[in-house]
Design a protein around this ligand. Structure first.
Ligand code: IMP
Ligand code: MG
Length: 181
């Protein structure tokens, strides 16, 4: 089915081909920067899974993979940014070169929490690679070393990103129709 024929989808932002080409570029940057090291990719479930596996296949240094899951919610005052770990990593990261892999960095609250949590475990290095970056909505500044695409202030789905848990398996990234957001 063509993505624009999928209910709720307004238009394609990045095609499968554009995504594949850009991931190869970012993987080449990572391979160069981590030459001589073993990198541990830490994926944030579930959104980053599609990106992480595509990226990993093009990274040319030895790598390990681990995952964690978080849940984020607003507190009673309605302020965002309350995050907790719902599933922790399987193994420790002390002394390792950790690359945190995110689907999207939006306000930055999630990223700040994850970086604080992981940094407290004494990795040798800690950096961030995000598939999408919506910098216009950033509230908390957090360091993003690698990004595939900057995106406009619209809700997007596909390539791992969901709307009510649907659309993750789209090969492209698409903008949702406003009434669906
Ligand atoms: P934040 O940076 O703490 O605001 O949270 C980012 C998280 O919000 C991401 O990891 C996604 O789970 C979710 N998110 C933000 N924007 C979108 C979007 O456009 N589509 C799908 N999920 C999104
Ligand atoms: Mg996420």
């Amino acid at each position: 089915m063509s993505p624009t024929a999928i209910p709720g989808v307004e238009r394609i932002l990045f095609t499968e081909e554009q995504i594949e080409a850009r991931i190869r570029e970012v993987a080449a940057d990572i391979s160069r920067d981590y030459a001589g090291k073993t990198v541990k990719l830490v994926g944030v479930l579930k959104g980053s899974v599609f990106f992480l596996t595509a990226l990993a296949r093009h990274i040319e240094v030895p790598l390990k993979i681990d995952f964690l899951a978080i849940s984020s919610f607003s507190d009673r005052s309605g302020s965002p940014g309350v995050v907790r770990i719902a599933k922790d990593l399987d193994e420790g990261i002390e002394g390792e070169d950790v690359l945190l892999v995110e689907d999207i960095v939006d306000t930055g609250f999630t990223l700040r929490y994850l970086l604080q949590t992981l940094a407290s475990r004494a990795p040798n290095s800690l950096a961030v690679c995000t598939f999408l970056d919506r910098h216009s909505r950033r509230i908390v500044q957090s360091p993003v070393k690698y990004r595939c695409f900057e995106i406009p202030d619209r809700f997007v789905v596909g390539f791992g990103l969901d709307h009510n848990q649907l659309y993750r398996n789209l090969g492209c990234v698409a903008v949702m129709k406003p009434e669906k957001q």
